[in-house]
Ligand binder design. Structure first.
Ligand code: NAD
Length: 430
């Protein structure tokens, strides 16, 4: 059995989805399946994505020049229902990155008990260099290219890095134009007026804080007296920062791609949010010490929240982290070698598949409301979100006790058990 797992791990290096991030996702999957002593059949069925689509399509720039763009959509498992996952824009977006993120979406949905398999997509581009018109043409063409593999009962995209309500509106309109009627359930994270839900914009950041509250209760850490450092001040990081400041925690550092801000006695998050609202980035904010974008990871604090990119906490900087707890608001921010160092240093890690699951959970609420043509109010959404995340954390703690493992392996084991059981019961067609 051990050898079979080792062989599967080796396959990643030469596979179609080969990338550093995919190797991390496969490494985690390999370790969790060993822990569960998962049958080789299910290791084989879950180790690689079921479907991947790569598209090259032309986009007309404002200058009149036509540029060819590459986009992706990866669906990890079709066993659990439709697939679900965001799409992102960035210069490093690749098939391998999408494959890793799609696999994590499968585990996240299974851990939360949502009726979805995982998916992820994106377009390789530098969004900050594109005009609004260029972004619209890119988004609409990307949506049109995905039509063969998406649908409200097939695969439902959502926001991720550098995409938000605006892109979801363009995406939904393009799909609806193609099929001839409005289909709000084709994406989640839409503007409310188009069938979006109250609370979706804040859901991931708010969910991170709900999970943090549950974790702090469990380990007897006083969240309200804790110092928090946050890398990333976008949809996830900025909302989490505002929510933490609102409940009285001290946010001592924040950063975005333009740089970082540090204040040992706490930053004024409302003023910083207003600054970013105005100018788009943290750079130039006058009332704090300025540092580099990754320096915030090493600021003294109790809680470190990576909420930007993947692979930020590495074997190189893990020895210098100055916190008691890492809560992974971003997907895949910690490399396996960093994780080993953190374990040795007794720094707890709250894994991404739990920590940032608030986003997909409220996306699920949005999709359910779209299917039923019925709306829930924000209080109901927040209450349900808090309940589902606390229940998922309870499952993680239970599994960690049962298997004597860390919270990441516990979260993955709960998820993998659920998905492999479903795969076993469905059997193999034909
Ligand atoms: P976003 O584009 O809104 O924000 C990303 C932030 O990271 C920006 O502030 C950006 O400037 C910053 N950043 C980029 N490069 C950086 C660097 N080198 N150093 C420091 N900061 C840097 O994206 P988001 O939606 O907030 O997503 C952040 C993370 O959360 C991603 O890993 C994403 O996959 C994950 N996530 C997002 C959602 C969601 O609902 N948006 C849900 C689950 C997980």
């Amino acid at each position: 059995m051990a050898d079979e797992h080792a062989t599967r791990d080796d396959v990643a290096a030469g596979s179609e989805w080969s990338s550093e991030l995919y190797a991390i996702a496969r490494n985690q999957f390999g370790r969790a399946s060993k822990l569960l002593n998962l049958d080789a059949e299910f290791v084989a069925r879950l180790a690689d994505p079921r479907r991947s689509l790569v598209v090259n399509f032309p986009v007309r720039m404002d200058s009149g020049e036509v540029r060819s763009m590459t986009g992706y959509r990866v669906q990890h498992t079709l066993t659990m229902g439709p697939t679900k996952g965001g799409f992102r824009y960035g210069p490093d977006v690749s098939l391998g990155e999408c494959a890793a993120l799609a696999m994590w979406m499968t585990w996240k949905c299974a851990l939360l008990g949502l009726p979805y398999g995982g998916a992820k997509g994106g377009v390789r581009c530098t969004p900050s260099e594109l005009s609004v018109g260029e972004l619209e043409r890119l988004t609409r063409r990307y949506a049109a290219e995905l039509i063969p593999v998406i649908g409200p009962e097939k695969d439902i995209p959502a926001p991720d890095m550098a995409t938000g309500e605006r892109e979801m509106a363009w995406f939904m309109d393009t799909y609806s134009q193609q099929v001839g009627h409005s289909v709000p359930g084709i994406v989640t994270g839409k503007p409310i007026v188009l069938g979006g839900t109250a609370g979706r914009r804040e859901a991931t950041g708010l969910g991170v804080v709900y999970v943090l509250e549950a974790v702090c209760d469990k380990i007897s850490m006083a969240l309200r007296e804790s110092r928090v450092a946050i890398q990333g001040f976008g949809n996830v990081g900025a909302v989490a920062a505002r929510e933490l400041a609102a409940i009285g925690a001290q946010v001592v550092a924040v950063s975005d791609r333009s740089g970082g801000l540090v204040a040992a006695d706490g930053l004024d998050i409302a003023a910083i949010s207003a600054w970013v609202q105005e100018g788009g980035v943290l750079a130039g904010y006058p009332d704090a010490e300025r540092v580099g974008p990754t320096d915030v990871l090493e600021v003294p604090c109790e809680i470190l929240m990576p909420a930007a990119l993947e692979r930020q906490i590495t074997g190189e900087n893990a020895p210098r982290l100055n916190c008691q707890l890492v809560i992974e608001a971003a997907n895949g921010p910690t490399t396996p070698d960093a994780e080993a160092i953190l374990r040795e240093r007794d720094i707890l890690v709250v894994p991404d598949v739990l920590a940032n699951a608030g986003g997909v959970t409220v996306s699920y609420f949005e999709w359910v409301q779209d299917q039923q043509h019925y709306t829930w109010d924000e209080m109901e959404i927040e209450e349900r979100l808090r309940r589902q995340l606390r229940a998922a954390f309870g499952r993680v703690v239970g599994a960690a006790e049962r298997h004597g493992c860390d919270w990441r392996m516990a979260a993955l084991s709960v998820a993998i058990e659920r998905v492999s059981e479903a795969a076993r019961m469905r059997g193999i067609y034909p």
